[in-house]
Write a protein that binds this ligand. Structure first.
Ligand code: HEM
Length: 437
């Protein structure tokens, strides 16, 4: 390490280098570092690069909100880049700013409300499948079920009528491997590349068609223009669509799988949800964004599931200019590690942190600012799909929970798999029981 770096005021940390990735060993290493050195830890990676692990609510907010312009996306995103090109999640600086400004209007509440019917449609098709499982006594894999639901929904909301007419018309859905194979290894990257030609054909036809009355994401992305009046070119559009597919289904799918698992062990919470659904959204005809907004307890349940199991459990950033945190300096080039998973389970902020208790999110509770909670990140790079995903998950629960109770097949708590997304190491199997056979 150069002397220049040694001049910076560094938080405490170990003398020997520490390897950090995005995996279970990293969680173990970060937990040990926090326990030994406190909420701000500095380590040197084997490459000689400095890494700061920040486990303090105030400083996390500062990095993601007020000082965000001093940071870019950090290590781990190169792998995502192989899959998503330079789409919104991985891009930085002007490329990101231009795309975010062009795409953001597609996620306005008004536009997302146009997608409520698609959300109902996907939940209803799951109802039929679960009914068959319940009647035949089969025990489905809940991870596969929620993945199918969320993938079908994101494809339907992107491609609209083309989903049925062009994608399902292929015989086998060419995107289904995304739900079946949760690894994002080279095999998946190659398959995604093959999809790009197929998507290009749809894009070309759409560019030549009248889009004025079409409200799917593809049409909105095609019509979006930057400050110079320029639309996305084909490469940019493909990167943004792949980003939307991958960002939009895996996170919601994992969250729903955890919600079903948690409800299968908490009858009291389940009953309160059923009461609220009976009042706000008792049947498919009452599905609407207005009624979803009244489902405040369901919102709390979802927030609590995301506290315990934040799909994006570790964020990384890389400092592009000097920053100051508390009494320490962050030199340019240093990596930052922030973990919603660890902060969401820190006793000092969340009493009995491992307990599932949706009442923590009651509106009357103390201001949220004091408690580190950032499953969707914070600041300008905050998730664009947050509102979409709460609406999707509420409609999913409203249409399925009154029909099915889920029964656990094992008393063992699922072990976690900590890759780019947090999920259970082994898939979870739950048995659907019809409430009114
Ligand atoms: C429970 C569901 C979800 C969770 C927990 C979640 C979480 C996140 C997080 C943590 C980020 C920021 C990552 C970082 O800065 O390193 C992010 C970004 C993003 N998410 Fe989500 N997400 C969810 C659902 C969705 C959905 C349904 C969509 C689209 C329909 C979506 C689209 C995006 C996009 C486009 C970005 C990039 C934003 C930017 O960098 O400007 N997400 N999400």
């Amino acid at each position: 390490m150069s002397n220049k770096i040694n001049e910076f005021r560094r938080p405490p940390g170990p003398g020997a280098p520490v390897a950090l990735g995005i995996d279970a060993e990293t969680l173990k290493a970060l937990t040990e570092l926090r326990d030994q050195y406190g909420n701000m830890v500095c380590v040197e990676k084997p490459s000689g690069r400095l890494a700061y692990f920040i486990n303090d609510a105030h400083e996390v907010r500062r990095i993601l909100l007020r000082r965000h312009s001093k940071y870019r996306k950090g290590p781990g995103f190169e792998r995502v880049k192989m899959l998503l090109g330079n789409g919104l999640i991985v891009s930085d600086d002007d490329v990101w700013r231009r795309s975010r400004t062009m795409i953001q209007p597609a996620f306005s509440r008004q536009n997302v409300h146009q997608l409520v019917d698609a959300m109902s449609q996907c939940a209803i098709s799951l109802t039929d499948r679960w009914q068959a499982f319940a009647e035949s006594g089969k025990t489905p894999n809940i991870n596969v079920e929620t993945s199918d639901f969320a993938l079908q929904l994101i494809l339907l909301t992107i491609f609209g009528d083309d989903y049925e007419e062009r994608i399902l018309a292929q015989g086998e859905n060419p995107f289904s491997f995304l739900a079946e194979d949760s690894t994002r290894d080279l095999g998946v990257v190659m398959k995604v590349r093959q999809l790009r030609n197929f998507m290009l054909e749809i894009i070309a036809d759409r560019r030549n068609a009248d889009q004025s009355e079409v409200y799917d994401f593809l049409s909105m992305y095609i019509q979006a223009t930057d400050k110079q009046g320029q639309p996305f070119n084909d490469k940019e559009l493909l990167d943004e669509l792949m980003t939307l597919i991958v960002a939009g289904f895996e996170t919601s799918a994992n969250t729903l799988a955890w919600v079903w698992y948690l409800l299968s062990g908490h009858d009291d919470v389940e009953q309160r949800l059923l009461d609220e659904i009976a009042e706000c959204m008792p049947d498919p005809g009452s599905v609407s964004a207005e009624n979803a907004a009244r489902m405040t307890y369901t919102q709390q349940v979802l927030e609590e599931a995301l506290r315990l199991y934040p799909p994006v459990w570790l964020f990384t950033r890389r400092a592009c200019e000097l920053d100051e945190l508390d009494e320490f300096d962050v030199p340019p080039g240093a990596d930052i590690y922030l973990s919603p998973y660890l902060l969401h389970r820190t006793e000092a902020y969340w009493p009995n942190p491992d307990e599932f208790d949706p009442d923590r999110f009651e509106l009357s509770d103390k201001p949220k600012k004091d408690r580190p909670y950032f499953p969707f990140s914070l600041g300008p790079r905050r998730c664009l799909g947050e509102y979409f995903s709460f609406l999707e998950m509420k409609i999913h629960l409203a249409l399925l929970l009154p029909k099915f109770r889920m029964m656990r097949c094992s008393d063992e708590e699922p072990e976690l798999e900590l890759a780019i997304n947090l999920r259970s190491r082994d898939d979870i199997y739950l048995k659907p029981i019809l409430r009114n056979p």
